[in-house]
Design a protein around this ligand. Structure first.
Ligand SMILES: [Zn+2]
Length: 372
């Protein structure tokens, strides 16, 4: 067979498809009267007058995707949904009024381009979709390609949390006082915006993830602990010349939305240096004299969700060698383009995970120490 034949083959199947489409149209025309009987004229008119208007589709976190419209068929349920890999997640629901009118407004605090839709479920569901964008409330710098995973280079081999489940976390800020808590929470908010993961603060803890004995678990209902610890408690701060550690601790066999085998993070830990809090980092996210605790927090929680270092990319928070001083003289606790791209790949965009049993293996402890 010559290449020429290869070229012609799609054309032939296109012709076939066209023929089939014509036949389908003919059949539906022939079936017309029956269809009309089942679908009174009024209903058809209502269908013709139905619409969805998208009022707001480019937002920052904190904003809402908004739409209004009119649907056929009296009072019915309407959902506003966002697409994730192989499924849709509902971000708002309402009902149409008697005239079929509705308004929906769903929060979408998850950076990136998304497909959103209005769905009115029924035997014949009404669906209209469009593109939406959630933009960071600042202009990230750097390069989209500058990210790395801790475990393996492919998205599939990296460890990640199940993005379709709330991730609960606790804070141990005993060493440094309550001032640290809102700073950590601000970091978690940024992480959530970048990944689409939902984190829920469930209280204080006295644990230090880094010093926990082998085979030890967090108490039930805790997926992540973020703790401050002194260099006396964690000598590795000095030995590894680090100000923090972060990474997954326990994994569970799982399948991704494509049915492939993956590892799901069930516990992760972050340990931050109390000594550097007292004598080192600026206590905030922006400072024009020195690197900030905000940058350190963002870096270590980035490890906790599966990102590694990008030593050749000084502008990224995940650089691993130090923090970037912007041309305006400031250190800024903000994820940049490579960070954001990497974080999007360990989050909701990749779809839900489903824990499975793999033979007798139900869970494994991450053998290697967390990254600093
Ligand atoms: Zn690091």
């Amino acid at each position: 067979m010559t290449p020429h034949h290869h070229l012609r083959r799609p054309a032939r199947s296109l012709a076939l498809a066209t023929t089939l489409a014509v036949i389908a149209t003919l059949l539906s025309t022939l079936a017309g009267p029956t269809a009309l009987a089942a679908n009174p004229a009024g209903e058809r008119d209502a269908e013709r007058r139905s619409f969805v208007a998208w009022d707001s589709t480019v937002i920052n976190p904190g904003g809402r995707i908004r739409a209004h419209g009119k649907l056929p068929g009296g009072k019915r349920k309407v959902a506003l949904q966002v697409k994730v890999e192989r499924s849709w997640q509902t971000i708002d629901t309402t009902r149409t009024n008697r005239k079929g009118k509705f308004r929906v407004a769903g929060r979408l605090d998850w950076y990136g381009k998304h497909r959103v839709r209005v769905l009115a479920p029924a035997r014949r569901p009404f669906v209209r979709s469009t593109k939406a964008r959630v933009l960071p409330p600042y202009a990230p710098v750097g390069n989209r390609k500058d990210f790395a995973f801790i475990h393996g280079t492919s998205v599939r081999k990296n460890y990640r949390f199940n993005p379709c489940q709330k991730i609960t976390y606790r804070i141990n800020s005993e060493d440094v006082g309550p001032e640290a808590r809102p700073l950590i929470k601000a970091g978690m908010t940024q992480l959530s915006w970048a990944t689409g993961l939902k984190f829920k603060y469930v209280g204080k803890s006295r644990l230090i993830p880094y010093t926990m004995a082998k085979r030890r678990h967090y108490p039930r209902g805790t997926d992540l602990v973020i703790a401050f610890a002194t260099h006396a408690e964690v000598p590795d701060f000095d030995k590894r010349a680090a100000a923090g550690f972060g990474g997954p601790r326990w994994l569970h066999p799982a399948r991704n939305s494509k049915g492939q085998r993956v590892w799901m993070t069930t516990e992760a830990g972050v340990t931050l240096s109390t000594d550097y809090w007292h004598n080192g980092f600026a206590h905030g996210y922006f400072d024009n004299t020195r690197a900030t605790i905000g940058e350190l927090i963002l870096h270590e929680i980035g490890h906790a969700v599966g990102l590694g270092h990008v030593p050749a990319a000084p502008q990224e928070i995940m650089n691993g060698r130090g923090y970037y001083r912007y041309p305006d003289g400031y250190y800024k606790g903000l994820y940049n383009l490579g960070d954001l791209n990497g974080l999007s790949k360990v989050g909701l965009k990749q779809g839900c995970l489903r824990p499975v049993r793999a033979g007798r293996v139900t869970e494994v402890e991450v053998a290697e120490p967390p990254l600093s």
